[in-house]
Ligand binder design. Sequence first.
Ligand code: ZN
Length: 567
Amino acid sequence: MSGLEVAGVVLGSLPLVISALEHYTNGIHTAKRYWRYKSELRSLILQIDTERGIFINTLEQLLSGLVRIEHMTEFLSNPGGEVWQDVDVQLKTRLRSAYEVYFGNVSGMARSLKRIREKLALDPGSGKPQFSDPSLFKQEYKRLQFSLRKSEYSEQLSDLRNHNQALTRLTQQSLELEPSRAETKTRSCPNFNALQSYARSLFDTLRSGLRCTCEGHAIKLRLENRSNKAEDDEDLLGSTPFRVIFTYNSAAPATSWTWKEADIRWIVDKPISVPVSSCGPKLTRRVRFDQVQTSSSSTTVTVTQQHISVITKPTPEQIQDLCHAISTLQQPQLNICAGYLLDSLKRKHGIYPLDIPICQDKQEDWSAYTLRQVLTRRAGFGRRLMQHDKFKIAVDLASSILQLYKTPWLNDDWGDDDVYFVHRPGAPLSSVYQHPFIYRKFSSATTNQSLVPPSPVRSIIRNQTLFTLGVLLIELLYGTSIEELQTPHDLACQGTPGAVWCTAERLIDEEIALEAGQLYADAVRRCVRCDFNRKTYSLDDQDFQQAVFDGVVAPLEKTLQHFLGQD
Ligand SMILES: [Zn+2]
């Protein structure tokens, strides 16, 4: 029986007990000998009715937000059923560890009420008195031997009151605690399916844009937190650039590496409405007002968003040969589209080249290091990961696996070798850790995901992508590889998914909360154990995405904010 079902039993029992007591009080009128019990029974009724009122108030308080207020009475008067099960699941989230204690007290109330029903000699099936005619009171009393003295119920009454008081206190406390818990929970997550689909399409479009025969093309995609929810998918994608660095390893030794950085943004061709008031100086720089159709009767003007990026060139042109286009990218101007690629759905992916900080001619000064190299101190540059870098990278990685799941950018068996940091020519070393990148080669044979079936042991790990994220969060926190954190005991790991798993489990149990705080520790634990209280574990399921967003991305964001003193 679920906790809420036990509450249903209590809710059902209380009125039965009260109406039985009323029935006996009426019966006493017919038997003068027992009149002295009348006031005792009345007092009993009052006390039980009071407990009933308190219990219902508490339950209503507890269910507020889970059951709509206008449905509350109906909900409470019809215990059981599917709706109750759903609400029970939500209650577990609301009460967390207090759930067991809470419904332990409700069970205590149910036991007291059962004892009271027995003492009242109620019918075990219906819970009603075993006679209906009050005038038969005297003889039935002799037959059934029910208790009429208030003192005979004192133990049960006191239990009932104590349990009920405990429930009131627990409810108040868990609701008081809830605002801080729920602050990030109520935020709905961005449309990660739209982002995944866009990332997939972007990869295919870039690959098919490279019609050359060169072997050395690769792209680094910047990983960044995208937590803000846009109004609709087109707004989300239109306003969401993906930052890439085109890298090219040519055979000619003189200019061995050529790197170009650019934003890629979906050019939305649909007309959009812009309130006149917002077309202030900020937009006039970028919008061609000769494209604007004004309407005298309305306060809005219509602009075609495509033109936002166009100032000097009439319209961006379609890029036929991406290899050629990248190598001839000119000195960029802010927000100028160098051209676009068409994807299979004829959507335009505009390329907006970015300036590099200084000395653009020294392309060989670009360098990149994997997270693995940084963690094992083989990166060879004098900048260690600061605490701020670690927390920020953690947020970027967590959000990115939701954006890139099952896209060619992110393999199932991704790891710290796939995550890069880029040092731009002339940029300060402190900028290296600003954002991580994921690296993809664009030779013809790269897109296939490794389709190795999971081994039975590996199935303990319910979601490999999330498990890896958990491990990377641990590595980031300690600034070292998971192997270096292993103890001999972790290596004796027969029957487990391996030493990495054992190390992660041990650190979750013993250290991480003390090292990085409870929120970070919760995020790591959920990733490693796939601890989300959901039926599915796939990151392309919206419900699961929201759970991962709430349980991993949001607490990591809070950890970063807390570190920065912003909360
Ligand atoms: Zn090429």
